[in-house]
Design a protein around this ligand. Structure first.
Ligand SMILES: Nc1ncnc2c1ncn2[C@@H]1O[C@H](COP(=O)(O)OP(=O)(O)O)[C@@H](O)[C@H]1O
Ligand SMILES: [Mg+2]
Length: 278
């Protein structure tokens, strides 16, 4: 990997740009990864990754296929145990061994396949495994009202009835339900893996809107995306992975499409590109 001012795996920024671990986001850091590595046999999927994820901001995680993006979010979500490194949550070192550990901390992960049950309605999906009960029976009224409240708070207006089965919804609506479920559980960090990959133009716009509304509620959003148009529209910060390394991280204003593409494809930026994006 070529070392450039922007391309660093150390905690210090050499040119004033935010680098992993620097203090540019310290006031509101929710999650910090320090020295996270993950090996699958001989494959080093993550190499000493440092990353700060601030509350109330959208951090876009970008990188080519095989760069380590999914492995990184799975380490945060309790699916893969890192081979080494620390996960620091709200300033405390934590162990995230299972998805339940992550959920208990307030980390929700919305995967590409969404894990919704097509044969159940929206309310049932929102409460799956966390049903509200009253006098030993399901409190349908409370669950229905809460579902309506969260959907309206998130301005999800395209759903006709919360008693619609999820199998009848569009891709964008399904994404909205998965996100609303995370909000209802009062998640502090919502992680999304390619949320717009399967969506058309107007549904993509709706999901990007929803992502912004999550951030405006103070939620930290970490979103993997291949689509740089989406990234520049929705992200406050960008983190670029290349062959298991986190090669660059900083405010979106420090990047343009050219420098982002170059980081994704080579892991570094030419000096002239690095200086032109300052
Ligand atoms: N369960 C696994 N077993 C072995 N190798 C894996 C596994 N998951 C990912 N890898 C490898 O780790 C690297 C990073 O993969 P991944 O995190 O899926 O990248 P991305 O999401 O950026 O495309 C790749 O070389 C991939 O082949
Ligand atoms: Mg992936």
């Amino acid at each position: 990997m070529t070392a450039t001012p922007e391309s660093t795996s150390s905690a210090t920024s050499q040119n004033g740009m935010s680098a992993p671990g620097d203090s540019g986001v310290a006031s509101s850091v929710l999650l910090s990864l320090r020295g996270i590595s993950k090996n699958f046999g001989a494959v080093e999927a993550l190499k000493n990754v440092d990353l700060d994820v601030p509350a109330g901001q959208v951090t876009a995680l970008i990188g080519d296929n095989g760069a380590g993006k999914t492995t990184l979010i799975k380490a945060i979500a309790g699916i893969y145990a890192p081979s080494s490194g620390d996960i620091i949550w709200e300033g405390r070192k934590v162990s995230v061994h299972t998805p339940r550990d992550a959920e208990d901390l307030g980390i929700a992960t919305v995967y590409q396949d969404l894990a919704l049950c097509d044969n159940l309605d929206i309310v049932q999906n929102m409460y799956l495994g966390h049903e509200e009960t009253r006098h030993a029976t399901l409190d349908e009224i409370k669950m229905e009202l809460n579902t309506k409240r969260v959907l309206s708070e998130l301005s999800v207006s395209t759903v006709q009835s919360v008693r619609q089965v999820v199998g009848s919804l569009s891709g964008g609506q399904r994404q909205a339900i998965a996100v609303a479920r995370a909000v209802m559980r009062e998640s502090k960090l919502v992680i999304m893996d390619e949320p717009t990959a399967a969506l058309g133009v107007s549904q993509t716009a709706q999901v990007l809107d929803l992502i912004r509304r999550l951030a405006s509620r103070g939620i930290a959003v970490l979103v993997i995306s291949h689509n740089l148009v989406d990234v520049f529209e929705v992200a406050d910060r960008v983190a670029v992975m290349y062959l298991g390394n986190l090669v660059s991280c900083g405010p979106i204003g420090d990047y343009d499409t050219e420098s982002a593409v170059q980081l994704i494809t080579t892991g570094g930026t030419r000096t002239d590109v690095a200086s032109s994006v300052n």
